[in-house]
Write a protein that binds this ligand. Structure first.
Ligand SMILES: CC(C)(COP(=O)(O)OP(=O)(O)OC[C@H]1O[C@@H](n2cnc3c(N)ncnc32)[C@H](O)[C@@H]1OP(=O)(O)O)[C@@H](O)C(=O)NCCC(=O)NCCSC(=O)CCC(=O)c1ccccc1C(=O)O
Length: 265
């Protein structure tokens, strides 16, 4: 496919490889990026030769840094898309619903909505240089759906709350220790390792894997409802003065001032 602008999609043996191609924005996504990823995942779903998907980012700095905060500071949204929608929730559901394993090849920083993407992948392989974390409370955003609920299934409630409330960054070994990733390899071996994991799937029964994936998902599928609610809440929050202050502060490279928004009910 050559008509992608923000991503690339290539089929390499049994793997459909989706690469976010916005290194100048640390592979942050805008509405168009999300829409293109959805198209690529659908191509991978329909292709009988593709046995798994590898999701990665261009360059050696970032896997994905979530929503494009500069775009949000400029226009108050994540920019135009063909559908007119910002379909991040549909992308999350697609990563879960595609009946083939999705491997995150985390080549750099995975933060905010970018971290949520790697959390939702079936397995994650990290380069030694990868870093992980959530940033919502720093930039006027949050993911109260899969990004928090499913994360706590992976690392446990205490750790998930630490990750979200304190917005710290964790290195690849810390991520491995807390079960956030499956393996850590030197940066120059990352894609070979991801391809090797993909090749190992080839002789396995695709139908058994499909049933297994659906079975794992069934246990947390109720979180899709939570995710819908969270997206609606986030739409309101990001347009609020508090949400806008977070994005503006990031774009202006200053500390946000949330003090006047303290408002407990
Ligand atoms: C990632 C950093 C920690 C890296 O720090 P550092 O190594 O010091 O590099 P920098 O100099 O900061 O960054 C280099 C360069 O990249 C630009 N950049 C980085 N991140 C972004 C971004 N997200 N958007 C736009 N641009 C970005 C940065 O400005 C620099 O450019 P220069 O031109 O050189 O100045 C650090 O960069 C950092 O903390 N980044 C911000 C991370 C962040 O806050 N991400 C967004 C979190 S909110 C979110 O993702 C919402 C997602 C979403 O929309 C959503 C909605 C509804 C439900 C769910 C979701 C969801 O979960 O996805």
């Amino acid at each position: 496919m050559t008509d992608f602008e923000d991503i690339s999609y290539v089929v390499d043996g049994p793997a459909g490889i989706i690469t976010i191609e916005r290194p100048e924005r640390y592979n942050a996504f805008r509405a168009r990026t999300v829409e293109e990823m959805i198209r690529a995942f659908r191509l991978a779903w329909a292709d009988k030769d593709v046995r798994c998907v590898i999701l990665t980012g261009a360059g050696d700095k970032a896997f994905c840094t979530g929503g494009d905060v500069k775009q949000r500071a400029e226009t108050g949204d994540y920019g135009p898309s063909e559908s007119g929608m910002f379909e991040i929730g549909n992308l999350h559901k697609l990563i879960r619903d595609i009946p083939k394993p999705v491997i995150a090849a985390v080549n750099g920083v995975a933060v905010g909505g970018g971290h949520v993407l790697q959390v939702l992948c079936d397995v994650s392989i990290a380069s030694e240089t990868a870093r992980f974390g959530q940033a919502g409370p720093k930039v006027g955003s949050f993911d109260a759906g899969f990004g928090s609920a499913y994360l706590s299934r992976i690392v446990g409630e205490k750790k998930a709350r630490e990750i979200w409330f304190w917005c710290r960054m964790y290195d690849a070994n810390a991520a491995l220790e807390m079960g956030l990733v499956n393996a850590v390899v030197p940066a120059d071996r990352l894609m070979d390792e991801a391809r090797a994991w993909a090749a190992e799937l080839t002789p396995k029964s695709p139908t058994a894997i499909r049933f297994l994936k659906q079975s794992f998902n069934a246990d947390t599928d109720h979180q899709a409802g939570l995710s819908n609610l969270a997206m609606s809440a986030l739409d309101l929050f990001t347009a609020s003065p508090e949400g806008l202050e977070g994005a503006a502060a990031f774009a202006e490279k200053r500390t946000p001032d949330f003090n006047r928004h303290v408002n407990w009910h």
